[in-house]
Ligand binder design. Structure first.
Ligand SMILES: Nc1ncnc2c1ncn2[C@@H]1O[C@H](COP(=O)(O)OP(=O)(O)OP(=O)(O)O)[C@@H](O)[C@H]1O
Length: 262
C-alpha cells in the first residue's frame, strides 16, 4: 500500500498551517515525520486519515483519492493511532481492541472465534495479556497507548498511520512498540519526536518546519547537525552507534557553546 500527498494546503481560521505538502511513502516503507512542536505534523496526519479535508491538494492511497473511500473501506485500508483518543464511555480492554475488526464485519455480526484469538494475540504482542476485562479508563497512559496499538494491529490493514506512538511509554515499551511496528509486513507513516528512535527504525524521514517539508531522505541524510540546529535550535553531536550501526544523536545544552554553565 502506497501513500502520495500532492500539493496539499490546509488552513485553520484563515491561518495557513500546511503549505504545498508533497510526499510519498512507498509500499512496505517505514517513514517517519519529524519536526518541532507546532510545525504541523498532526495536522498533516489528520488530512491523511481524513479527520480534516485539505483546502487544496489530494491524498492518494494506492493512487486512489482517499476522499472517494467510504469510511468502512478506509478503515479496511488504513489503521490509525491518533494522538488524542478521548473515550467518552468506558469499555473493557477487549472491546476496545475488538473495535479494530469493524471494517471486516457485516452489520451486527458478532465476534468470531478467530477474532477472539487474534485479539488475544494482539494484546499479548503489546504486553497486555490478562487485561481483557480491565476497564479502559482505569489504565495508565502507557497501558492505554498499548491497547490502542493492539487495536491498530487487530485491523490487519496494509497501511498504518501513527501520531507519536511512543508518547507516554517508558523506554522499554518505546523500543518494544517500534519493534512490533517494524516487524509488521505493512507500510508505516508515523510522526516521531525522538530522533534517535527515528534514526533506528525509519527507512526514510520527512522533516517538517513551519508547515512545510524542508528535507527528506534516509536518517543519515536528514538527521544532520545542521538540520537539528536550524529547525530545533539545539546543538548536537552525531556519531554512529557501534551496536546498531545507526545514527546516535547527543544533544548539547547552550552553555557548552558559551562555555558558561547556567
Ligand atoms: N484547531 C486548531 N485551531 C487553531 N490552531 C490550530 C488548531 N489545530 C492546530 N493548530 C495550530 O496548527 C499548528 C500545527 O499544529 P500541529 O498539532 O499539527 O503540530 P505538531 O507538529 O503536531 O505539534 P506537536 O509536535 O506539538 O504535536 C500549531 O501552531 C497549532 O497551534
Amino acid at each position: 500500500m502506497s501513500l502520495q500527498v500532492k500539493n496539499l494546503d490546509y488552513q485553520i481560521d484563515g491561518k495557513s498551517i500546511l503549505e504545498q505538502i508533497c510526499l510519498e511513502v512507498k509500499d512496505g516503507e517505514f517513514v517517519g515525520l519529524v519536526g518541532p512542536n507546532g510545525c504541523g505534523k498532526s495536522t498533516l496526519l489528520k488530512n491523511i486519515y481524513r479527520t480534516y479535508k485539505p483546502g487544496r491538494g489530494t491524498v492518494f492511497l494506492n493512487e486512489k483519492d482517499v476522499l472517494d473511500f467510504s469510511f468502512k473501506k478506509m478503515a479496511g485500508e488504513m489503521a490509525v493511532m491518533a494522538q488524542e483518543n478521548h473515550v467518552e464511555f468506558d469499555f473493557e480492554v477487549r472491546d476496545m481492541v475488538m473495535f479494530g475488526r469493524y471494517a471486516k464485519k457485516k452489520f451486527l455480526q458478532g465476534d468470531s472465534a478467530e477474532d477472539k484469538k487474534l485479539c488475544e494475540k494482539c494484546l499479548k504482542e503489546v504486553g497486555l495479556s490478562g487485561y481483557e476485562h480491565r476497564s479502559y479508563l482505569s489504565l495508565s497512559g502507557g497501558e492505554k497507548q498499548r491497547v490502542l496499538l493492539a487495536r491498530v494491529l487487530m485491523q490487519e490493514s496494509a497501511f498504518i498511520v501513527l501520531d507519536e506512538p511512543t508518547n507516554h511509554l517508558d523506554v522499554s515499551y518505546q523500543y518494544q512498540i517500534m519493534d512490533i511496528l517494524k516487524g509488521q509486513d505493512v507500510t508505516v507513516f508515523s510522526s516521531i519526536h525522538d530522533l534517535n528512535l527515528a534514526a533506528l527504525y525509519c527507512d526514510r524521514i520527512i522533516f517538517m518546519y513551519q508547515g512545510k517539508i524542508v528535507d527528506y531522505g534516509t536518517p543519515e541524510e536528514v538527521l544532520t547537525k545542521e538540520n537539528i540546529r536550524e529547525y530545533f535550535g539545539i546543538e548536537a553531536q552525531i556519531t554512529t552507534n557501534t551496536a546498531t550501526g545507526k545514527r546516535q544523536i547527543y544533544y548539547l545544552p547552550g552553555w557548552i557553546k558559551s562555555g558558561k554553565r547556567a
